[in-house]
Design a protein around this ligand. Structure first.
Ligand code: IVH
Length: 690
């Protein structure tokens, strides 16, 4: 292949991958592989400038915005950064810029900031009020995602955010007045998906039948670039700010932006913007080099993904005077960390059993060192995902490690196959207890439905004793595993059969610990039946549904005898829940558990409410409309909830509507509510309201 053909091919390929990544949120190659393609094209174009075309990916820093969002023209180009890959590159950068300085050897101080691997955003404030938020887009034109950004709790709607001086200043600091923000202010930052929320979020998505996000960056992007901001609202996005794009103080004479980057970060922070607490000031280049080494290790202990550090000349006017190379300012550079990705062999795919009985595939890998840690296992999300990516046992696979989350498999390297690879088959039985596996229609997840399955049992016990359920005091994190392993618990009801002697025989259980545990267990017997019903862990029966069922039927005993038809007559109970509940109670093993709980003296029936103990009518006089899919309540449940608190629910939005309760996939009602200025609530906000 001659050079021209290669350049054309690279261009097409990279454009395709940019599209997959930035527009579809569904990359098919790893970031490291993409970087390699890009660098190859960059090098070829540098050697043969005649081959550069206007549509080359090197000529634009991002992808085209989606058509469905309004376009926003940025007040100044939203720049990118040149990359360095090691300390040598860093020193070469310093030498290059030295040639442009009045004195090449002059002392330079720097700020070092984490290079967040999220989604770049641009926020506009007028007179301190957040008026517009946009994605970076192609650097000149981005997408208007104002309503979506508004849903991010850490984004200030107005600055300065009031804060008490004691939180802002050390006790000995001189108290200087906080400068007022300029009348017109445009700032820049990065939206990201916190790592600690990522895995649980993906699991919940899978349980709801949706595909998992491949990595936190895609989850952030997919969550922010939603036409329906109610979906964004239900996602735990957050952001950090790090730069000023434009500002104008108008006639007010105040609102000067400091010259130093370090002071700018501080000012952003003082105004109330989230700013990474991990940034640091470096008086010289050696400090930067040391910070880079430190960060390469530290990155694994952060709650956000970083792919490098950003080094900025602290004196911004000086930095800006150095100009640009293409879209990259000379006054700053990104120092990338070595890829946290490696290729290794997929030895096997085993099945992990979760609390709800989900049978989740897990990869067993030929051990490989990634970023200083030996990786032996990786998540595979679900079996549909394995099939979609065509991952086979024996394949060489690309494994990525991100922070403390379990590493995951990006995909196979199909070119390295020798024909001995085996297709992964869905489990037909639970690997631990042997029960037949069940895949509900329209779901990607596969379940073991045996309530006595030991693996599931540990998870069920954890759930039973948790704060949202029976709230058993003094039940430690490892207690469940110990009890199941010691054969002291065969189902959740056995918790009430535990005796002092057998507990004392467990490792690490002394008198005091055993007494405390038994006291906690005994106290939990007094919990009301709603909590007990919740703690049984029946699918679709959380605390709200448990409350509805018992309000209607009065006792778990009556509930156990109900038919699906009877349950569906209850306000707020849909067909899925009705079937799930009756199926659970029809199971002999579950019935046995129930009888043990009854014999242990737990509360099965609701106490008859005193006349004056009704729920206060906090929503009296308010009219609601419900739209979209809510995170935990069905629409009927939400209606019942609102009515139980004295509110009224109607079918269509009008000027008489007080609130629109909106969930995912809200449509025309949401638009109408926005037009009429009706307040929009999430499920959480509704709960907060009562
Ligand atoms: S400064 C001149 N600072 O990295 C200003 N960028 O590879 C250029 N990024 O497009 C950007 N953290 O999306 C800057 N602390 C940080 C950053 C950061 C992440 C992203 C940003 C930029 C990309 C450049």
């Amino acid at each position: 292949m001659d050079i021209e053909e290669r350049v054309t091919k690279l261009r097409d390929e990279i454009n395709y991958h940019l599209y997959r990544y930035h527009v579809l949120d569904a990359p098919v190659i790893s970031d490291a592989e993409y970087d390699a393609l890009y660098r190859e094209l960059l090098a070829l174009e540098a050697a043969h400038p005649a081959l550069v075309t206007p549509d080359s990916p090197t000529q634009r820093a991002g992808a085209e915005p989606l058509d469905a969002f309004a376009k926003v023209t940025h007040p100044a180009p939203i720049l990118s950064l040149a990359n360095a890959f090691n300390v040598e590159d860093l020193r070469a950068w310093r030498t290059r810029i030295g040639r442009l300085l009045p004195d090449p050897e002059m002392a330079l101080a720097f700020t070092v900031e984490p290079k967040l691997d999220g989604l770049s955003i641009v926020l506009t404030y007028r007179d301190g009020l957040f008026v517009q938020g946009a994605t970076r887009g192609n650097g000149e034109i981005g997408e208007d995602v104002t309503p979506n950004l508004r849903t991010i709790r850490s984004l200030p709607q107005r600055i300065p955010v009031s804060q008490s001086p004691s939180t802002r200043l050390g006790a000995d600091d001189e108290v200087s007045p906080l400068p007022a923000p300029p009348a017109y202010l445009v700032v820049r930052g990065e939206v990201f998906f916190p790592l600690d929320k990522f895995e649980a979020f993906n699991l919940a998505r899978m349980e709801a039948g949706a595909a998992a996000y491949m990595n936190p960056r895609n989850a952030a992007s997919g969550s922010l670039r939603q036409l329906d901001s109610a979906i964004t609202a239900a996602r735990p996005l957050t952001l950090y700010l790090y730069d000023f794009v434009a500002w104008d103080s108008g006639d007010q004479g105040s609102g000067d932006v400091p010259d130093e980057q370090w002071a700018r970060l501080d000012l952003l922070r003082q105004w109330g913007f989230p700013v990474s607490p991990d940034s640091r000031y470096c008086p010289d280049l050696d400090c930067v080099a040391a910070a880079y080494e430190e960060w390469a290790e530290k990155r694994n202990h952060l709650n956000y993904e970083v792919d490098g550090i950003v080094v900025k000349i602290n004196k911004r006017p000086l930095a800006d005077s150095l100009g640009f190379v293409g879209k990259d300012p000379r006054g700053a550079i990104a120092m990338k960390f070595p890829a946290q990705e490696k290729t290794t062999k997929l030895l096997d795919v085993v099945v992990n059993v979760g609390r709800t009985g989900i049978l989740a595939p897990a990869a067993v890998l030929e051990p490989v060192e990634i970023g200083g840690v030996i990786v032996r296992n990786a998540t595979l999300h679900n079996y549909d995902e394995i099939a979609r990516k065509d991952i086979r046992i024996g394949d060489m696979v690309i494994v990525k490690r991100a922070g403390e989350v379990i590493p995951y498999i990006i995909g196979p390297v199909a070119d390295l196959r020798d024909g001995s690879e085996r297709v992964v088959t869905k489990p037909t039985h639970c690997p631990v207890c042997g029960e037949t596996a069940v895949q509900p229609p329209d779901e990607v997840a596969i379940y073991c439905e045996n309530p006595a399955c030991p693996a599931q049992l540990v998870r069920r016990i954890e759930y039973f004793v948790s704060r949202g359920a029976m709230d058993v005091d003094n039940f430690g994190a490892k207690t469940g595993v110990l009890l199941v392993e010691a054969g002291l618990m065969h189902d959740i009801a056995d918790i009430y059969a535990l005796d002092r002697e057998s507990l004392l025989a467990l490792e690490g259980f002394k008198d005091k610990k055993v007494d405390n545990l038994l006291a906690g267990i005994a106290a939990s017997k007094g919990q009301p039946p709603e909590r007990l019903l919740t703690a049984l862990g029946i699918r679709f029966v959380g605390s709200v549904v448990a409350g509805l069922l018992l309000d209607a039927l009065g006792s778990i005993t009556t509930l156990a005898a109900a038919t699906p038809e009877q349950l569906q007559e209850i306000e707020g109970i849909g067909p899925e829940t009705a079937v799930s509940v009756t199926t659970w109670f029809a199971n002999d093993k579950n019935r046995a558990i129930l009888e043990k709980l009854r014999a242990a003296g737990l509360n099965f029936a609701k106490a008859v409410p005193a006349a004056d103990a009704q729920q206060p009518a906090t929503l009296a006089g308010l009219t609601f409309v419900i739209t979209g899919t809510l995170p935990t309540m069905s629409r009927d449940e939400a209606k019942a909830f609102i009515e139980a608190h004295g509110g009224k629910v109607t079918g269509s939005v009008s000027k008489n509507t007080d609130y629109l309760l909106a969930g995912e996939k809200a449509g025309s009602k949401l638009t109408k509510a926005q037009q009429l200025g009706v307040s929009i609530l999430s499920e959480d906000e509704l709960r907060a309201l009562v």
